[in-house]
Write a protein that binds this ligand. Structure first.
Ligand SMILES: [Zn+2]
Ligand SMILES: [Zn+2]
Length: 246
């Protein structure tokens, strides 16, 4: 299983950066997880977007969704030319309803609601989701194949059940938008790098990749805060690929 970081900033990117988007590949199956602004462009440095098997959105904030509103034009053109025989499978939480209702577009997507507790199989990947704690319902994802297990936090603030959900992951891709000072100042909706690192250590994950970087925070400093609890923590970097293996 190979994870490529296409974009890893939020709630907006710095110059030259992109918001959330991760390409997950194994055995010629290509899944895009989140599709924020800039991700469609980055994706095409690795793959023809027409070759995606599915897109899974953790939640319906614009920094995770906005390029869905652009990719649809290319998909629709290909469908009308007869170059696609079916719409692209798109999975997302169905709340807020008005955002979910904006996802379908002509023949671009088949839109389905992500359901906690129900396993979804896409190619070699078995996918479970659970709802985190965020301003809108945001899904953590547990993705397993024959080669390993990836757990992605989605956007969330701290909640204790995330430790169990991430337990034993080969790679834990965890949002860490904030610093410890942000948490002390009471900022909601996101984790700090230290919180992510404590969760990773308690869950016994093999590798921790911190993501959803805030463009206004010092990444070197926030990594140091994580290393106190998980010495091998890494900040996700756009364009890099990571092996997920047992
Ligand atoms: Zn976000
Ligand atoms: Zn969000």
């Amino acid at each position: 299983m190979k994870l490529t970081v296409l974009g890893c900033y939020g709630p907006y990117p710095p110059g030259g950066g992109c918001c959330s988007g991760y390409l997950l590949q194994e055995n010629n199956c290509n899944i895009l997880i989140d599709c924020g602004n800039g991700v469609l462009s980055r994706l095409q440095e690795h793959l023809d977007y027409q070759d995606l098997d599915a897109v899974i959105l953790s939640h319906l904030h614009a920094d995770h969704v906005s390029d869905i509103m652009i990719m649809r034009y290319g998909l629709e053109i290909a469908y009308n030319r007869g170059e696609r025989s079916e719409p692209l499978h798109l999975y997302a939480p169905d709340t807020p309803g008005e955002e979910f209702d904006r996802l379908p577009y002509k023949n671009a997507y088949t839109v389905k609601a992500l359901q906690p507790g129900k396993e979804l199989q896409v190619g070699p990947f078995a996918i479970r989701v659970r709802t985190g704690v965020h301003a809108v319902p945001s899904m953590a994802m547990h993705i397993t194949s024959a080669s390993g297990t990836l757990v992605y936090s989605g956007d969330t603030e701290y909640y204790p059940e995330l430790e169990q959900f991430a337990s034993g992951a080969d790679l834990f891709l965890c949002e860490a938008n904030f610093t410890e000072a942000d948490i002390e100042n009471g900022l909601p909706n996101h984790l700090s790098t230290a919180q992510a690192a404590r969760l990773a250590a308690a869950a016994g994950v093999k590798k921790l990749l911190l993501t959803h970087h805030h463009p206004e925070r010092d990444l070197t400093k926030s990594l140091k805060e994580a290393e106190k609890y998980f010495p091998a923590a890494e900040q996700a970097r756009e364009g890099l690929s990571y092996d997920v293996a047992t």
